[in-house]
Design a protein around this ligand. Structure first.
Ligand code: ADP
Ligand code: MG
Length: 316
């Protein structure tokens, strides 16, 4: 199976989308952006053994495809935009039809959940699996959610629960034990992050600043407050945790995973206090306040607390 057959078999689909003048097959895609929208473009790369464990087994391929799209959807969500078109740059060490079939099924499943169309890409051979998805979305002019609008006195909110993705990644290499249902929940949270697209849309007129939690809550909130020229204090006991996380991990591991582990893809945002407990079907929890002192501080039952390693940093 050569490059062109591979593209035809696994990545070309019939579409009647009227905003795609020319899709996969020519030198470039020709697309019709809506006249009255701003474009939001994001890109994310997943490298085997850096962002995910070795993935040569066909059964791993589907979840890798899903995750590659989901992490980009999460960036679009954090901007308050509607995702629409994506391109895929794929590097593979071989072309195994079973693997590719699983991969494209997972990729398309994540795309279909948000009506995203694959409009092009690039396929190359290399020594490791590298998946790069580029996604374009649209937002009403002037309404994109940004990192730089948080104000002193705002409340810090968090969607869903944190710590699950990092916990799932850690558990993946361990045999299933008595808590296999909880373990499976956590590994699913790593492989199948649910991008908070509808929540992001609903926050456009409510949040003053937003970021998606990909590298760890404290590190990502740190980026938000730095961009906004403010600081934050977090009440650690209010950070929402899943029952699976507290079941599978000892007390001394739970908080570091929740505060500094990555891969959750929840939204952390600042807004004036008083939001409902659920927005767009997603629980949102107040976890602290924005103030004028730079940096992020943690209080655990009103006492200052320190948590090392503020998120994942490449080339550190
Ligand atoms: P070129 O040689 O002009 O760069 P390619 O031969 O790489 O074009 O690709 C042919 C067509 O297939 C292009 O429309 C490209 O966007 C598309 N394509 C290539 N790889 C992928 C992929 N992995 N997924 C989706 N579309 C792809
Ligand atoms: Mg090419």
């Amino acid at each position: 199976m050569d490059e062109f057959e591979l593209i035809r078999r696994f990545f070309v689909r019939d579409t009647e989308a009227d905003d795609i003048v020319l899709g996969i097959g020519d030198d470039g895609a020709v697309l019709k952006p809506p006249a009255d929208r701003e474009q939001v473009v994001v890109i994310d790369t997943l490298v085997e053994n850096v962002h995910f464990p070795g993935c040569s087994e066909p059964r791993d391929a589907g979840r890798l495809g899903y995750r590659a799209v989901a992490v980009n959807l999460s960036d679009i969500a954090a901007m308050g935009a509607v995702p629409r078109w994506m391109t895929l740059a794929l590097t593979l060490d071989r072309s195994d039809p079973t693997w590719l079939s699983g991969f494209s099924t997972g990729l398309m499943a994540a795309a279909d959940e948000h009506d995203v169309q694959l409009v092009g890409g690039d396929t190359t051979r290399g020594n490791a699996i590298v998946v790069r998805v580029h996604l374009t979305g649209f937002v009403e002019p002037g309404t994109a959610l940004r990192r730089d609008g948080a104000k002193s006195g705002d409340t810090v909110y968090l969607s869903g629960t944190v710590g699950d993705g990092a916990a799932g990644l850690e558990l993946m290499t361990k045999p299933l034990d008595a808590y296999h249902t909880e373990q499976q929940f956590l590994t699913e949270r790593f492989w199948k992050p649910q991008a908070r697209v509808q929540l992001g849309r609903a926050l456009r007129n409510r949040a003053t600043a937003a970021i998606d939690v990909s590298d760890g809550l404290l590190g990502d909130l740190g980026k938000l407050v730095e961009a906004s020229g403010v600081g934050a204090t977090i009440r650690v006991e209010d950070v929402p945790l899943s029952q699976a996380l507290t079941t599978c991990f000892d007390e001394d591991r739970v908080l570091p995973l929740a505060l500094t582990g990555g891969d959750d893809y929840e939204l952390c945002f600042a807004a004036p206090a008083g939001l409902p407990e659920e927005i767009a079907g997603v629980p949102v929890t107040p976890i602290g306040t924005i103030n004028s002192e730079p940096g992020v501080r943690c209080l655990l039952n009103d006492e200052p607390a320190q948590f090392e390693h503020q998120g994942y940093v490449h080339f550190q």
